[in-house]
Structures are given as structure tokens and as C-alpha cells.
Design a protein around this ligand. Structure first.
Ligand SMILES: Cc1ncc(COP(=O)(O)O)c(C=O)c1O
Length: 400
């Protein structure tokens, strides 16, 4: 039943979390509060569902598995809807306050009070798809111009979804990290504003806003669970999703917060490399992983600051386990509800199933009948062509 998972090659680094200040001072309760007050007031806001993967839990001998399904988020298909759009709003607020010489509120921007001035501002970002979609949506909602940079392997469907939201989509050579570098060059040259989900030395405010937006999802989980889970398996690209969720959990539950297990594709494993080096460390992506949203070779500086303090384990998974997990969820094999998930959504789930079915890891991570796991299903079907190919068993050619 679990052949691909039992036999998958898994890299593991055990870390020693320190519970320092980053989970409360880099990502503050106040910033999460402000983002939550704003985003929960947006038209179309609805809490996303959390499913119980009971059949899987029984088969693995795990007490409970909660799967937070981000597919329906604002009709954009992923949790990223919460971050990029909110960071566009914050960027406009800061910039308009500066140029107008007085405080501009989010409501001023939402209500179009400075529409003419907002329309003269261009926000730009690099993306594997989901973050750019959120930035494009935010820009169209709040009246700014938008340019999105995608790399050679981002699918045509994902590019079109951003164009439909009014963004100009620019395809650049190279990989995700190269597309990020290109936004820095162009922003400098043209006076555009980068709204990135990753940070680097000297650039951190918009990524902090992005992470504050992700907190909405994490707080929904906190409110939905009667008690703290024992483990959370969080997939990592640049590390933003994991940092935001882990910080909210630490703020909510303190020392009772769950064991944090970071899961990455072996083809883009910059966080495990950072854990080994005890410092943010980049890796070169030799081949794109099927988990498009996780294909990042450079960790986010601010995300790393949090992850270095709160993470207990870092593991990598091979691409071979992704399609079996997508199919098992969609066919309702692991739960009463059938769940349609994208390739990046199932990474945490794959990490759990691999760890629970490989004895050394199962013991090391203390996965047993008493374990209560939280997983983030970070996207729904954000590329129907990829989903169709996976469901048809064409895993190898599944990248769009
Ligand atoms: C669906 C999905 N899951 C997870 C991630 C990883 O998020 P982060 O890059 O913040 O680690 C991404 C990033 O694009 C994504 O699109």
C-alpha cells in the first residue's frame, strides 16, 4: 500500500530548536493581528476546510491527521492568496503615505480614494505561479499596475491565470532564483516596487507583510483544534509558509507548540542545507522538481531566522512520492472526503507518510498512536494539465 513511500530516499537533519525571539519579534503578534483584521474583512473571505485523513491515520498507526485544504482560498487556488495581495496593499499604503505627506489607511486604498495616485505605482514580483497570482489579484483589486516575472518552466496555464488578472507577465530564462534577481535589476532601473515572498539583506518589509498574511491560515487552524497537535509537517520553498505557521503556533501554544518538521523536494533543498550549515545557504537547482511551488534554491533570510529557532527536523522527499499522494487524496483512499490537491500541496503529507513507514525515522520523529499531526494542503488544482497528467499516471511528463 505504501511501497513508494517505504522505499523513498529521505535525507534527515535533526535540529535543536532554541525558541528564541524571532518567532515573536521578527513576526510579531501585532503584525498578524493587523493582517487578520484586514484580510478577514475582504469580500469573499471564508475559512478554508480542515479534513481528517482517518483512513490514512489508521493505516499508519497515527492518532490523528488534520489536513488544512487551501484550494478554495479566495478562488485563487492556494494559501498564497493571503500573502501577496496583502503585501501589495501595505506597499501602496506606505508609498502613498510618503508621497502625499499624510497617513493613508488601507480603507482609503480599498475605497479608491487615491485611485489616480495608486495607478501610477507599479508592483513587480517573481513567481512559480501562486504568489504572482496573489500579487496580480491584489494589484487589480487596489488599482496598481503589475508585472510578474516567471522562469522558463512555469506552465502556460499559470502564466495565463496571472494575465487574466491584469498583470503583464514576463518570461525570463533560467530558474526561479534568476527571475528574482531580474526583478531587482528592473525595480532599481524603473522605480518599481518589488512585492516578493522572499527576503534578502536590505529587503524585508514586503516579505514580512506576506508572512503576516499567511498567519490568517495558521490562526484558523489554532481556533479549529481543541488542543495543540504533536507535530506539524510544513513544506518549504523559500521557507515563508513554514516560518509564518510555526510562529503563529509558538505564539498560540508556547512550549506546547508542535514539533516542526520541514519537508523539501530533494531537488531544491536549500533549507536542509541551511540547517546543516547553521546559516542561510543556497543550493543550485540542477533539475526542476514536479513540486513547482517549492522549486527555490535560496532561502528567505527572515524565514530562516524563524525556522532556525523553531524547527526540530528537516527532511527531503523525492519527486516519485508526489503523484501517488495526489492520486490517493483525489480518489478518497486516505479520507472520507476526496480532496483535489496540487503537487506542492502534498509535500508535507508525503514527508509524513515516508517518515511513518520507515522505521528509523518513525522512531526518531516519535510517530505513533499518540501523534496528532497537522498538514497544510497549500494548494488545490492550480494547474489542471498537471493534475490530469498525474491522475492519468503520466507522472514523468507531468510538469506543464
Ligand atoms: C502551493 C505552495 N505550497 C508551498 C509553497 C512554499 O512556500 P514558501 O516559498 O513560502 O516556503 C509555495 C510557494 O510558492 C506554494 O506555491
Amino acid at each position: 500500500m505504501f511501497t513508494e513511500f517505504e522505499t523513498a530516499r529521505i535525507d534527515h537533519v535533526a535540529a535543536r530548536p532554541g525558541f528564541g525571539a524571532a518567532a515573536t519579534e521578527t513576526l510579531t503578534r501585532d503584525a498578524f493581528d493587523r493582517a487578520e483584521a484586514e484580510i478577514r474583512g475582504w469580500q469573499g473571505y471564508e475559512k478554508t476546510p480542515m479534513y481528517a485523513l482517518d483512513t490514512l491515520g489508521d493505516a499508519l498507526g497515527i492518532g490523528a491527521i488534520h489536513y488544512k485544504h487551501e484550494g478554495p482560498r479566495f478562488g485563487l487556488g492556494s494559501f498564497k492568496a493571503l500573502g501577496g495581495a496583502y503585501a501589495v496593499l501595505c506597499t501602496l499604503q506606505r508609498e502613498l503615505s510618503k508621497t502625499l505627506g499624510h497617513d493613508v489607511s488601507p480603507a482609503d486604498i480599498r475605497d479608491g480614494r487615491y485611485a489616480e495616485q495608486a495607478a501610477s505605482i507599479t508592483v513587480i514580483s517573481a513567481t512559480d505561479g501562486n504568489h504572482g497570482r496573489s500579487v496580480a489579484w491584489g494589484a487589480s483589486r487596489f488599482g496598481a499596475r503589475c508585472r510578474i516575472y516567471i522562469h522558463a518552466e512555469v506552465s502556460a496555464f499559470r502564466a495565463e491565470a496571472m494575465r487574466e488578472l491584469g498583470a503583464e507577465v514576463i518570461r525570463v530564462d533560467g530558474d526561479y532564483d534568476y527571475s528574482v534577481a531580474q526583478t531587482r535589476v528592473d525595480a532599481e532601473k524603473h522605480g518599481w516596487f518589488i512585492v516578493s515572498d522572499t527576503s534578502w539583506p536590505g529587503y524585508s518589509q514586503p516579505p514580512l507583510d506576506v508572512l503576516a498574511g499567511y498567519g490568517v491560515m495558521a490562526r484558523e487552524i489554532v481556533r479549529d483544534l481543541p488542543e495543540p497537535p504533536s507535530h506539524v509537517f510544513l513544506q518549504g520553498g523559500v521557507g515563508g509558509l513554514a516560518a509564518a505557521v510555526a510562529a503563529v503556533f509558538v505564539q498560540a501554544w508556547g512550549t506546547a507548540a508542535p514539533r516542526v518538521v520541514i519537508v523539501e523536494p530533494e531537488r531544491a533543498a536549500c533549507l536542509i542545507a541551511s540547517a546543516r550549515a547553521h546559516a542561510p545557504t543556497s543550493v543550485k537547482i540542477e533539475e526542476e522538481t514536479i513540486m513547482a511551488g517549492l522549486s527555490c534554491g535560496e532561502p528567505s533570510e527572515i524565514a530562516w531566522a524563524v525556522l532556525a529557532e523553531v524547527s526540530h527536523d528537516f527532511i527531503t522527499i523525492p519527486d516519485t512520492v508526489v503523484a501517488p499522494a495526489v492520486r490517493a487524496l483525489a480518489d478518497g483512499v486516505w479520507s472520507t472526503d476526496a480532496i483535489e490537491a496540487g503537487e506542492s500541496a502534498v509535500a508535507g503529507l508525503c514527508g509524513l507518510v515516508c517518515a511513518a513507514t520507515q522505521k528509523d525515522l518513525r522512531d526518531a520523529l516519535k510517530l505513533d498512536e499518540s501523534a496528532r499531526i497537522v498538514l497544510i494542503g497549500s494548494e488545490g488544482v492550480t494547474d489542471p494539465d498537471v493534475f490530469k497528467a498525474i491522475m492519468a499516471g503520466q507522472d514523468a511528463g507531468a510538469k506543464g
